[in-house]
Design a protein around this ligand. Structure first.
Ligand code: NDP
Ligand SMILES: N[C@@H](CC=O)C(=O)O
Length: 357
């Protein structure tokens, strides 16, 4: 039996669901894949719970009772002192600061799995540096949930590109939260701000919903896929239409913004009513490979098209390639939510574990 040790950073919406999924799937993984998963460290931004034997189903109570303040050195010392092998650090934070420690983790024997999109969307120098360190230390980095949550998007694009297929365009609804918001808002007579709040409560938005509304989260996903196609782009080069009006943009804290979200209602009601009859609002992303252009924008789409018909928090990705011609390869399904995202991370952990000797 191969034992892998998970060090989990981020025990919020996604991270806590992941722990429960991994603990429930433990026996199945042991029986079917010969992989025994242990989670010896879980951490939020300030505290960590250490248990060399792995946390149990009572982890929430144990965390409340026994978690201690920590820094990275404490975690590195702990894994070394307990001879923990086959280390996988999972980044289930949305932190811009946390990714600064990726390189040190790799240098200290960790493989990486990330739901956090930040590391793959900083400068291309940092992107290349991570991959150089991974190669040098013989470590792996999986990040399927960076795009489409649990949907197999990153692996499909990698598979097509690596097989020599020419991907010409990717177009679709890349955001689960904006999908839910516009699907619901287009169909119902609810205020935009009420639907936005609902999306947050359902766990579809980023911890700071402004990341979704600004289009930055979609912009990051576009950049991540573009880089898989070896398009040498930077985040600043992605053309992004923000849905945050000028008067709230960059001038409000998260709390102030939350208090003023009612100001969005009039703007989006106007967008909705000014459309052609039978159209719906969709926030879409587009990668045109030949021109290396990446764009995220709000459009008004006829309801009877593939993009117009999506429901719930679905994503839809139309992948145009040379072999598929005018009829794109289409991947559709839930594009946000703790359960599907955690399952996507679990899938990455399993695949990564199978590569460890
Ligand atoms: N929700 C979804 O559908 C999807 C989410 N994702 C990604 O998953 C990630 C997590 O999202 P979600 O679970 O909703 O976020 P939450 O806000 O619910 O949880 C974030 C967790 O990260 C912790 N954290 C923040 N900074 C640090 C740090 N520096 N070191 C260690 N832990 C830290 C927080 O701790 P504290 O409480 O102390 O701040 C908290 O436990 C995000 O990157 C998101 O983009 C990806 C695909 C889909
Ligand atoms: N906020 C994101 C969650 C997944 O990345 C989204 O809405 O798509």
């Amino acid at each position: 039996m191969k034992k892998v040790n998970i060090i989990l950073f981020g025990i919020g919406n996604v991270g806590s669901t992941l722990i429960n999924q991994l603990l429930s799937a433990k026996e199945q993984w042991e029986k079917n894949s010969g992989i025994s998963v242990s989670i010896p460290v879980i951490a939020n931004s300030t505290k960590a719970l250490f248990n060399a034997e792995g946390i149990s189903k009572n982890w929430q109570k144990d965390f409340e009772k026994s978690a201690e303040n920590y820094n990275l050195e404490d975690i590195l010392d702990f894994t070394k002192a307990n001879d923990l092998e086959h280390l996988i650090a999972i980044d289930a934070t949305a932190s811009k600061e946390f990714v600064e420690i990726y390189i040190r983790l790799i240098q200290n024997g960790f493989n990486l799995v990330a739901a956090n999109k930040v590391a793959n969307t900083l400068s291309s120098d940092f992107y290349k540096e991570i991959r150089k360190e991974l190669d040098y230390h013989g470590k792996h980095f999986f990040y399927e949930t960076n795009v489409g949550a649990g949907l197999p998007i990153v692996q499909t694009i990698q598979g097509l590109y690596q097989s020599g297929e020419k991907v010409t365009k990717i177009r679709g609804v890349f955001s689960g939260s904006l999908s839910f918001i516009f699907n619901t808002f287009s169909e119902n007579k609810e205020n935009f701000s009420d639907v936005l709040e609902k999306a947050g409560k359902l766990g579809y938005t980023e911890p700071d919903a402004r990341e979704d509304l600004s289009g930055n989260d979609v912009g990051r996903k576009l950049l991540i896929l573009a880089r898989e196609l070896e398009l040498n782009k930077e985040f600043q080069e992605v053309k992004i239409q923000s849905l945050i009006p000028e008067k709230l943009n960059g001038k409000t804290s998260a709390e102030e913004f939350q208090k003023r979200i009612g100001e969005l209602d009039e703007i989006f009601t106007k967008h909705k009513t000014e459309q052609e009859q039978g159209n719906v609002l969709r926030y879409i992303g587009e990668i045109e490979v030949a021109s290396a252009s990446l764009e995220a924008k709000l459009i008004s789409e006829p309801k009877n098209t593939a993009l117009g018909q999506i429901k719930g928090a679905d994503n839809i990705f139309e992948i145009y390639t040379e072999s598929y011609g005018d009829q794109p390869l289409v991947i559709q399904g839930a594009g946000a939510g703790a359960a599907v995202t955690a399952r996507g991370i679990a899938g990455d952990v399993l695949k990564l574990s199978q590569r460890l000797n």
